[in-house]
Ligand binder design. Sequence first.
Ligand code: ATP
Ligand code: MG
Ligand code: MG
Ligand code: MG
Length: 481
Amino acid sequence: MKKAGEIRSEFLQFFRDRGHTIVKSSSLIPRDDPTLLFTNAGMVQFKRCFLGEEKRPYVRAASSQKCMRAGGKHNDLENVGYTARHHTFFEMLGNFSFGDYFKKEAIEFAWEFLVNYLKLPQDKLYATVHEGDAGMNLGPDDEARELWARYLPEDRILAFPTKDNFWAMGDTGPCGPCSEIIIDQGPEFGCGSADCKPGCDCDRYLELWNLVFMQFDRKPDGTLVPLPRPSIDTGMGLERIAAVVQGVPSNYDIDLFKPIMEKIEELSGHRYGADKTKDVSIKVIADHSRAAAFLVGDGVLPSNEGRGYVLRRVIRRALRHGRFLGLDRPFLHEVALAVMESMKDAYPELIENRRYITEVIKYEEERFNETLDFGLRLLNQEIERLKDTGQSTIPGELVFKLYDTYGFPTDIVTDMARSIGFSVDLEGYESLMKEQRERSRLHWKGSGEAAVEGVYKEIGREVATVEFVGYETLETEGRIL
Ligand code: ATP
Ligand code: MG
Ligand code: MG
Ligand code: MG
């Protein structure tokens, strides 16, 4: 069996052999980009190169980038546990051309890597191309179609609309059509619907790799001006490609997850694969323990705002799923140790900060357990009352009270409702929240968070070398991970 770590290094080696400089993953906290919550793709650290604002000593690069997709534009938090292919934290393999090669080489490289190196079955692969867009005064991407036709029959080259197959950095600036490579995993992965086909939301037609052809500069009036030197940005999820290569049904079955899944089994006494509902919880915990370990390692602290709030949500969601498995004492920091073991070769800094990362997670666990005990008791009483009276909507007032008085997160209520087929009166909740915001504007006395952060920083001073904001190691050129 080919390990994910081997796929990671083969990918980088493949592109190194083709003139690419291997660039180390940047931090999950984007440098100099306050508009972005987290690094969510390989291209983020190269943004200024694509914009022509920064020159580097290379025009071809490849990386395996730590990514986080929770909160912000790409938010996969709610998918985790329910699809076989989504994580909050994952690694994105990517190759990049800054005004050097374009579509022809990008497509050739991708095909050669997947088919010749990883030996994926050619007859199961599809490629998508942009179908064009009258509103943008743009025709179909025939250039990409012709290039794909060298490898694939016509009926496996599919035209997709702008919403799926056109990428833009922002409202103006670099943009262009994309091609996605999809593999048909077979009907057993499908949703069973009669019109399940590539592009369907289920796991059958798995999107492996996205090739972005940065071809235009979009002007404020919407005109697309061809770039004199178009660029390439690609991204392929390491866990997805590893699942396909290893022939396992989901990302959670690959070798990188094995020690993590085993740790959760050992702590909870539940076997992964034995019960569908429990599997959701096991997967959520596995995913979120990776996210928590890497976020804390990159200098994020649990808080009620911004990045810290996402970290807090991730930890709390994992703890709640822990309760479903009967884990009501702090356990996530122990799972995080398994994460460090499984990822230490590629990310040795995790081990350097092992004590710090576990202490921060453990402290947050202890605080939240108290809240959770109390909130869940209240919520369960209410659910019983609703059941007795034949109702199935959790009132907004209760959701608000839980949040406002006890700090009990709203997404836990919605998650819990979803698992028992209840709905939540979010409108009622929102309007109470709005009133509350108005009130607190009038009576602001500070959030008290500063004191809490102090506790974490204390832990940090004792045991870690983590910097708290904007921490990023320099790129190490040519370094093979
Ligand atoms: P999907 O349609 O499956 O949600 P996407 O189109 O949002 O994926 P892209 O933004 O094109 O994803 O990212 C490039 C690649 O990164 C994807 O083709 C996939 O292999 C991988 N990827 C994207 N989101 C995730 C995720 N949440 N977890 C793991 N891998 C991901
Ligand atoms: Mg997505
Ligand atoms: Mg997609
Ligand atoms: Mg995509």
